[in-house]
Design a binder for this molecule. Structure first.
Ligand code: ATR
Length: 275
């Protein structure tokens, strides 16, 4: 039997643990397949997607900044991908159509939102960033019937674009994030600030509610500078590791029709890789 091939496109890719995650599951499930980083420039996206159509690749994940850019090359968007206009998983269906899925929303639901004991739909959720993953964050909160969703982005235009799709979000100017953060119940970092080797927030966020929950979509490093700061103040923090694993679990299930396990052994292995 030939070896199935999967991969991930995006930029930058070097920090991605998706190859580790999927290859770990392939090995466990004795599936003859491999998963690799596919370095592709924007004008090479079409070529990569055509490889799926020709069955040279059995599926890909898509990460920033291509989650929207892949859409014109697909035949069909389903469920959360349609609602968010953001695709992170592609495969070919039985009819030979290229299908775009979004498993980030599932990842956010299982890795973050379901862990919150949301008793009050009036709680204020503040999303920092309006990049590639933000539509998934907004939609996952919307599905949970959260009513008060605020978004701020350094580049205001991108936040305004997001509001066209989700008119119920309220925009906050980037200059005001620190003062506005004081009123929030949950803060979600969906910017790239804090990513390993990158820049960090210059804001201190010292005067937030003591009941604040801080969620960082980043999982590499395991603790961003902001997570460390909040932890010192005994504020509850959650990082993006579980979301990452759950989105991967759903992609794997779509491709292989088998739901791989998410257990402590896997978590330990990934944490080891992050060191
Ligand atoms: P893309 O913007 O191409 O979708 P992304 O990694 O999904 O890529 O998004 C990066 C996010 O981090 C954006 O919200 C970006 O803000 P801009 O839209 O203004 O670029 C944010 N970001 C990155 N560096 C930042 C910085 N130094 N200060 C504030 N926000 C930053």
């Amino acid at each position: 039997m030939i070896e199935k091939k999967f991969g991930i496109i995006g930029k930058p890719l070097s920090h991605s643990l998706s190859p580790f995650l999927h290859n770990y599951w392939f090995k466990k499930h004795k599936i003859r397949a491999s998963y690799s980083l596919i370095e592709a420039k924007e004008d090479e996206i079409e070529k990569v997607i055509k490889m799926i159509k020709k069955n040279e690749l059995q599926g890909i994940n898509v990460t920033v900044p291509y989650k929207q850019a892949v859409i014109p090359h697909l035949d069909l968007l389903i469920s959360d991908a349609k609602e968010t206009h953001s695709v992170n998983t592609i495969n070919l269906n039985e009819k030979g159509q290229l299908v775009g899925h979004n498993t980030d929303v599932y990842g956010l639901e299982h890795g973050f939102i379901n862990k919150l004991k949301i008793q009050n739909q009036e709680n204020k959720f503040f999303i920092l960033g309006a990049g590639g993953v933000t539509p998934s964050v907004v939609y996952a909160l919307y599905k949970k019937k959260i009513k008060k969703i605020f978004v701020s982005n350094r580049t205001l235009k991108k936040a305004e674009k997001l509001k066209e799709k989700f008119p119920f979000v309220k925009i906050i100017e980037w200059e005001d994030i620190e003062s506005e953060a004081e009123k929030m119940d949950v803060i979600i970092n969906s910017t790239s600030l804090g990513l390993k080797g990158g820049s960090n927030f210059t804001q201190e966020f010292k005067k937030t509610k003591s009941s604040l929950i801080y969620y960082d979509i980043i999982y590499n490093p395991e603790e961003t500078m902001l997570i460390k700061k909040f932890k010192k103040r005994k504020i509850q923090t959650i990082n993006g590791l579980d979301m990452f694993i759950f989105q991967g679990q759903k992609s794997f299930s779509l491709w292989n029709k088998t739901k791989p396990e998410f257990d402590e052994e896997l978590r330990r292995n990934i944490m080891e890789k992050l060191k």
